[in-house]
Write a new protein. Structure first.
Ligand SMILES: Cc1cc2nc3c(=O)[nH]c(=O)nc-3n(C[C@H](O)[C@H](O)[C@H](O)COP(=O)(O)OP(=O)(O)OC[C@H]3O[C@@H](n4cnc5c(N)ncnc54)[C@H](O)[C@@H]3O)c2cc1C
Length: 389
């Protein structure tokens, strides 16, 4: 067995046998699982030797292709990625810090993430009501102004996953030189009142601890050595994180849809209507057949894009194509699973209902489908002009 397949086998067994029984734990709230549950699951993962499985003991990272195998296995339960510490936004933040942080910054901000002790949050989007950054990050309103050996950050952010309870923040703000990223010790910022959580939004999804918060940033003083990269490099650094993070979402939710399909298949074989098992009704059998086709296409699209990223390319267009194809395929799969299971499909008795809600949100975050298609159309036009004018 290859290294990725070997780790994936261990992670899949852990998620199916140890994590899945926690899926109906009362600590899974509407704003995500509690930190107490997260730490309990991580303790079990640590004991099983599957905590943070995509980063090896020497600090090196699995290839993107190997990561695909492992994260798909982690996604077999919506709690799996949290348990083994490959969940968004921490996984993408670990990747970015691994590539862009200084040695001192890694010790302070990356190590607690890799060990699974701390959570992090990525502060980019701003409230639509303020006219701030959303699909178009260039609309960013949050400012960063140099003041001696510090930067002073002011603004409002929205949809900040996990901000409530996170220890490490990556905050994007506009300096004179352009968008810039800062590493922030969140407990300090909350305690001093420099960052306040206005509210945690009630959203369709419920898998991410801390939910998604609207926050106010007021005169947040960040020491200059907590800048990630250089002033004005924010969007360049965001590019390092964006394509792999998009793809890892595809990997995890593919695992969840695989499991939802297994649950729907089980239901269709056991449940009878009109004198035979549901699966023998062509309408149901065809839905499961279409799931199988979509699952395989999603897997191949992820592997193809992972191979591109493994060459060292940014994979901007490829990850846009993969994100659209996979998120839309997963939505079809989840919807069919609900349908095959009738009333049971819309209850919390299985994870099928949750997967349906989670995948709906995934068609929006990390770039809505239309924004990816729009950027691909721009590339098609650019390529046409280069070839013809
Ligand atoms: C569950 C969840 C978690 C999130 N977590 C984070 C987080 O941790 N940190 C963070 O910074 N942000 C986070 N976000 C925010 C997310 O990145 C934004 O929602 C996303 O970028 C879209 O921005 P918006 O919501 O302002 O939509 P808008 O910019 O208002 O766009 C609305 C719609 O307009 C359409 N549209 C926009 N531009 C185009 C175009 N060029 N062509 C065609 N159609 C277009 C799309 O259909 C889009 O869905 C999260 C969002 C969700 C839902």
């Amino acid at each position: 067995m290859t290294r990725g397949a070997d780790i994936a086998t261990q992670v899949a067994a852990f998620v199916r046998e140890t994590v899945a029984p926690f899926e109906r734990d009362p600590r899974c709230g509407t704003h995500g699982p509690s930190d107490e549950l997260v730490q309990e699951l991580r303790g079990l993962a640590r004991t099983a030797g599957v905590l943070t499985p995509h980063i090896l003991p020497d600090g090196s990272h699995l290839t993107h292709r190997e990561t695909a195998q492992v994260l798909r296995a982690a996604g077999l339960s919506p709690l799996g990625p949290l348990a083994v510490n490959v969940m968004a936004p921490d996984e993408g933040n670990m990747y970015l810090l691994g590539k862009a942080a200084s040695a001192e910054q890694k010790t302070r901000f990356l190590d607690p993430l890799v060990s699974g002790e701390a959570r992090s949050a990525f502060f980019m989007t701003e409230p639509a009501a303020d006219g701030g950054a959303g699909s178009d990050p260039s609309m960013m309103l949050t400012t960063a102004v140099a003041d001696g050996n510090h930067w002073v950050v002011n603004g409002r952010k929205a949809f900040i996953t996990g901000a409530d309870g996170a220890r490490i923040g990556i905050v994007m703000a506009k300096a004179e030189e352009g968008a810039t990223m800062f590493l922030v010790d969140l407990p300090d910022a909350y305690e001093s009142g420099a960052i306040t959580i206005e509210r945690v939004l009630d959203t369709i999804d419920s898998s991410m601890p801390g939910g998604h918060a609207v926050v106010q940033i007021t005169d947040l003083r960040v020491p200059a050595d907590q800048m990630l990269g250089n002033p004005g490099e924010g969007f360049k650094l965001a590019q390092i994180r964006l394509a792999p993070a998009r793809l890892t979402h595809c990997m995890r939710w593919l695992g969840s849809c695989q499991r939802a399909h297994e649950i729907a298949t089980d239901y269709a074989n056991r449940r009878h209507a009109f004198g035979k098992p549901l699966i023998d009704h062509e309408g149901v059998g065809f839905m499961l057949a279409e799931n199988l086709i979509d699952l395989k296409q999603a897997e191949l699209m992820i592997d193809w894009c992972a191979d591109v990223l493994d060459t060292g390319a940014l994979g901007t267009a490829e990850s846009s194509m993969a994100k659209v194809a996979v998120s839309e395929a997963l939505m079809r799969i989840a919807d069919r699973c609900v349908q095959v299971m009738g009333g049971t499909g819309v209850t919390g008795d299985t994870i099928v209902e949750q997967v349906f809600r989670e995948v709906r949100a995934f068609r929006i975050y990390d770039g809505p489908t239309e924004v990816h298609k729009w950027s691909l159309a721009k590339k098609i036009k650019r390529d046409w002009r280069a070839a013809n004018l």
